[in-house]
Write a protein that binds this ligand. Structure first.
Ligand code: MG
Length: 159
């Protein structure tokens, strides 16, 4: 049996904050603002896994009013979702995701992001797609006010 999940996330960009995407720090003059480390890609994938399981969303498990998650490394959330998935007898079939960021270009970071996700998701990097695009100068992404990520995750019931 297969189940599919979808996640998306957006974080505001501001000077003086780190920019973390998929667990990798990106060299950038602007960073992402959030309660945790504001890793939009990791949040989108976490939500997609929770969505596939119909087990709520990242905010219901990790409220941003809870000081425990202040500046938390977002892989903590992702590991939690993967743990839930395994408890329910599923594993990752494949992941497809897109990061929308105007600057810098993310191409040189994609392989490092995929290999980090491979470990946390316990899935071969060949099954993990991370794409990147700009906002073409329009919308919140295009004017460098925000970074956005979307993810679709397919999970399969293990025998
Ligand atoms: Mg988020």
């Amino acid at each position: 049996m297969f189940r599919i999940g979808y996640g998306n996330d957006i974080h505001r960009l501001e000077a003086g904050r780190p920019l973390i995407l998929g667990g990798v720090e990106i060299e950038s003059d602007l960073g992402a603002v959030g309660h945790s480390d504001a890793d939009a890609l990791t949040h989108a994938i976490t939500d997609a896994i929770l969505g596939a399981l119909a087990l709520g969303d990242i905010g219901s498990h990790f409220p941003n009013t809870d000081e425990r998650w202040a500046n938390a490394e977002s892989f903590v959330f992702l590991r939690f979702a993967v743990g839930l998935m395994k408890q329910h007898g599923y594993s990752i079939a494949n992941v497809d995701s897109t990061i929308e960021l105007e600057q810098p270009k993310l191409r040189s970071y994609i392989e490092e992001i995929r290999s980090g996700l491979e470990k946390v998701l316990e899935a071969d990097a060949a099954m993990i797609s991370v794409k990147a695009k700009t906002g073409e100068g329009v919308d919140a992404v295009g004017v460098r006010q925000a970074v956005r990520a979307t993810a679709v995750v397919l999970i399969q019931k293990d025998k």
